[in-house]
Write a protein that binds this ligand. Sequence first.
Ligand SMILES: NC(=O)c1ccc[n+]([C@@H]2O[C@H](COP(=O)([O-])OP(=O)(O)OC[C@H]3O[C@@H](n4cnc5c(N)ncnc54)[C@H](OP(=O)(O)O)[C@@H]3O)[C@@H](O)[C@H]2O)c1
Length: 305
Amino acid sequence: METFTASGVPAMTGQTIVITGANSGIGRVTARVLAAAGARVVLAVRDLEKGRAAAAEMAGRVEVRQLDLADLSTIRRFATEFSEPIDILVNNAGVMTPPFSRTADGFEMQFGTNHLGHFALTNLLLPRIRQRVVTVSSNGHRMGTIDFDDLGSECKPYRAMRAYAQSKLANLLFTAELQRRLTDAGSPVLAIAAHPGMATTNLLRFDGRGRMRYLVQKAVTERLAQSEEDGALPTLYAAVADIPGNSYVGPSGFLQRSGAPKLVNRSARALDTDTARRLWEVSEELTGVTFPSAHLASNPALPQQ
Ligand SMILES: NC(=O)c1ccc[n+]([C@@H]2O[C@H](COP(=O)([O-])OP(=O)(O)OC[C@H]3O[C@@H](n4cnc5c(N)ncnc54)[C@H](OP(=O)(O)O)[C@@H]3O)[C@@H](O)[C@H]2O)c1
């Protein structure tokens, strides 16, 4: 198989792609490449100024819209205002190891942003999505467990990395259960997950564990990590390659830290279908957003590919 690079992205003319957190890092590179390939790309960002600055450096049809994944009201507004079909939704935005804080709706920040925000956004947009939902997880999911008794990490001393790992495991369980539901509903839409390995982005800017540990972690990351351009390749591959639903794409190198994208394995916990179903149900309760089965493939109002 030929090694996939950004130049392997086919012409995307006529396609609309929404990317969360596209003003920075992997999301920004993904947006730039897809816009250069001819897609209309919507940067869904929490800070419009940052979004416009990123868009100004991209060639092609790029729009900026406000979306704060830590606030369900802005997610609902974003989805309501989006009336046109979407070919690909890329759930990329994320926060890693901030000090304990809550979203506008009271959820622990990492679980709320990385998982619940994307859960709500996806289900609200799903009736308009024609091709794929790509969700960016992490190698860190391997350290994660879903603690249904304490999803908000509040019953024990807050360990930011544990909460991050839980949120990234949730990204994979979400993808698996979403694919199961799409298939059951007869929808052609694919749910695919990706992870960038280790890439030099702004993700490390928070660290709940003190400045010295932050500086050590930053130095280690800069030594081991790949560029954000290479880090975006698994996401791009997940968006355009001919792969089955519920695939997981990551770097092919040692410990999946860097290298060309390929289909990769996931932890045993990420394959647990019972946990995936239960997490979905709990996420529906927490967000008040449900799977829109009645509005999927059978919806005659949705233009087909
Ligand atoms: N870099 C790595 O080594 C690595 C490894 C594994 C997984 N990942 C995953 O890759 C994805 C992209 O991260 P990155 O490395 O590119 O980091 P990044 O440069 O920090 O980008 C993260 C993006 O998410 C946005 N974001 C954060 N909270 C948001 C919210 N509440 N609403 C909307 N947008 C929000 C950020 O916006 P602001 O600029 O406004 O903060 C930023 O645009 C994340 O899901 C991350 O978990 C990265």
